[in-house]
Write a protein that binds this ligand. Structure first.
Ligand code: SF4
Length: 235
């Protein structure tokens, strides 16, 4: 089993990002889907003095606002490296030939197949060679994230460390931070989308609904992950 460097206990978000950047340097990446948590992480990464690599997975089904937000972040933080990874064209063509453009709604297996082609395969390419990555996961986002740790081996590769500096932040604190620092944020957050993924798999939520209720709303809450954040030994 891989033994990872571990941060001192109790580090605040900025200190944890700094520790990750100092420890892993060019082997650190930041996954950015342009949600508000990722806006915070990009800002924190920009304060480290390292040219952290920020990547987006462009599934081919994203809202145009997601592209625009990612590019606003790129322009706002030129001290970082921004990259976009896309699925392989032949794999997308085979997927669509097999299940159509909306087959992911037919079953959990079909949905996971789409996420595998459009997200997970590009993620593996984006993280190839990285020893650690930063994610904007927060515990309050969903039942599948309630027992996460700030540093964990990556479910996709036990050789890689996943670092979640915002784990204990609530939504109010997250928004207060981006407001204070004038950080670009995704406009769909203001239209009732607390969590934003692919356009056909994301809807606005009603007041009082769970934060992740708008993601894959036809599925049970414990199924609402795309595989990016699978964990060893967890469903
Ligand atoms: S979120 Fe929906 S459209 Fe996007 S990759 Fe997964 S199943 Fe496909």
């Amino acid at each position: 089993m891989t033994t990872f460097p571990q941060p001192p206990p109790g580090l605040e978000a900025q200190a944890l990002v700094q520790w990750a950047a100092d420890t892993f340097r060019e082997d650190l990446a930041l996954a950015c889907s342009a949600g508000v948590e990722d806006s915070v992480l990009v800002h924190l990464a920009a304060q480290t003095g390292h040219r952290v690599r920020v990547f987006m997975l462009d599934t081919g089904r994203l809202h145009p606002e997601t592209h625009e937000t990612f590019d606003r972040l790129r322009l706002s933080y030129p001290q970082l490296r921004f990259e976009v990874y896309s699925p392989e064209a032949d794999e997308v063509e085979a997927l669509v030939a097999g299940q159509g453009l909306f087959g992911f709604r037919d079953s959990l297996v079909a949905r996971h197949t789409c996420c595998e082609v459009r997200k997970l395969a590009p993620l593996r390419r984006a993280l190839a060679g990285s020893r650690a990555w930063l994610t904007g996961l927060r515990r309050e986002q969903s039942p599948t994230r309630a027992d996460l740790l700030a540093t964990e081996p990556d479910g996709g590769s036990p050789e890689r460390l996943k670092v979640a500096p915002l784990l204990d932040w609530d939504l109010a604190r997250t928004w207060a931070f981006v407001s204070k620092h004038h950080i670009p944020t995704h406009p769909l957050h203001q239209a009732g989308f607390p969590s934003i993924g692919c356009a056909p798999c994301t809807r606005a939520i009603e007041p009082g609904e769970d934060l992740r209720a708008g993601r894959w709303w036809w599925e049970r809450p414990e199924h609402k992950e795309c595989g990016l954040h699978n964990r060893p030994g967890k469903a």
